[in-house]
Design a protein around this ligand. Sequence first.
Ligand code: C5P
Length: 226
Amino acid sequence: MSAAPVIAIDGPGGSGKGTIALHLARRLGWHLLDSGALYRLGAVAALDRGVGAEDETGLARVAGELDARFEAGDDGVEVLLDGVSVTDRLRAHETSEMASRVASVAAVREALVSRQRAFRQPPGLIADGRDMGTVIFPDAALKIFLTASAEARALRRYKQLKEKGESVNLSRLSEDIEKRDERDRTRAVAPLRPADDAHVIDSTEMSIEEVLSAIQVLIEESSISL
Ligand code: C5P
């Protein structure tokens, strides 16, 4: 039996990947991999255990031992670390910063490869991340690279955090996003870049529905049979 089809959705922070991936997974009835959540969980676990960003061996051990569970809750996905909900901590500034540093360690990325591939189950998988199309699922049936201008991305994150009742400063958020993007783009392992066979969609001027429609057309033109 051939492996379940994968749609890879990569791109920088705030490009709308997460929202689009969730909508698509619901619409198609496919599984969803939020790979960023794994790096964020690794960051939370490292912070809790006092493992520093410079300790690559320690970080890789933490990543390899992650006891993570994703459960469908009333307000979306509930994320559990060692059985305790950490959903509210995943998007905190401290976690985002540590996640981006954790993600630049080759041994951490290696420790998370098989865990990510295990999400590939019938009828299919929507994989959201930075290296889904380039490293984790190079044979994905469809690869999307979603971008948006730096301003639009910062504004989207700002609104998301505001809606959650967090106090945020737009210019600081914008600086943080730019810094993390730069780290993702220039790191030695799995840098953020579109796969050669990815379809690049710039969502700066597009609504969620417009992006979903554009992807729907690409699905119809692909080898995916629904
Ligand atoms: O997508 P999200 O913002 O949740 O990802 C958190 C961090 O994890 C990113 O800043 C990025 O450095 C890293 N990441 C990664 N590879 C992925 C997904 C996320 O390096 N596939």
